[in-house]
Design a protein around this ligand. Structure first.
Ligand SMILES: CC(C)(COP(=O)(O)OP(=O)(O)OC[C@H]1O[C@@H](n2cnc3c(N)ncnc32)[C@H](O)[C@@H]1OP(=O)(O)O)[C@@H](O)C(=O)NCCC(=O)NCCS
Length: 154
């Protein structure tokens, strides 16, 4: 049984662990070891994450007390993070989180969502009706990444 609830301060370490595992185990299909290390350092900076999360709204998916995934978005509808723990992949976790974010944003009058999707997240967002507005190359920790600016259905 999967439940969705707002992020709480005590979830910080679990969220960062889900992010790190997800990048290294799921996104490793599409990115080089150098890219993975730059994107998700194996010794993450929790204070940097605390600051990152303070500017966005975050929802978490939880199953029997285990954090299965999370989504973070700005009040104007930009999805900053959407990550599922590898052990929960392809079981609808991201879909549940996405639908909850859509509902939350709709209640504030935001109908169209945007994101900057990784190669690994592109099929998920396409399955939700998003289309690519721009293919981008961005730099993180001195390493370049391909990603896609995408806009969702309105
Ligand atoms: C992208 C991600 C969040 C999807 O999470 P998930 O919980 O596995 O997704 P869901 O189970 O809700 O998938 C819903 C649908 O999206 C599509 N989809 C998801 N992952 C896919 C993949 N790897 N390849 C093709 N289609 C995919 C499918 O249509 C899927 O439906 P189906 O399983 O019935 O075929 C997850 O793969 C992830 O964390 N990836 C690595 C990190 C990352 O790149 N995050 C995004 C940063 S922008």
């Amino acid at each position: 049984m999967m439940s969705i609830r707002p992020y709480a301060e005590q979830d910080l370490a679990d969220i960062v662990a889900v992010f790190t595992d997800s990048v290294h185990q799921i996104a490793s299909r599409s990115y080089t070891p150098e890219q993975l290390a730059a994107w998700a350092p194996l010794s993450p900076d929790l204070e940097q994450w605390r600051a990152r999360l303070s500017g966005v709204e975050t929802l978490v998916a939880e199953s029997r007390g285990v954090l299965a995934g999370f989504i973070s978005f700005t009040s104007n509808g930009h999805i900053e993070f959407l990550f599922t723990a590898p052990t929960f992949a392809r079981r609808g976790v991201a879909s549940l989180l996405y639908e909850a974010a859509v509902q939350r944003l709709a209640s504030g009058g935001v109908k169209t969502l945007t994101t900057d999707a990784s190669l690994e997240a592109l099929p998920f967002f396409e399955s939700r009706g998003f289309s690519v507005t721009e293919a981008q190359t961005v730099e993180r920790n001195g390493v370049q990444f391909r990603r896609f600016a995408m806009t969702g259905p309105s």
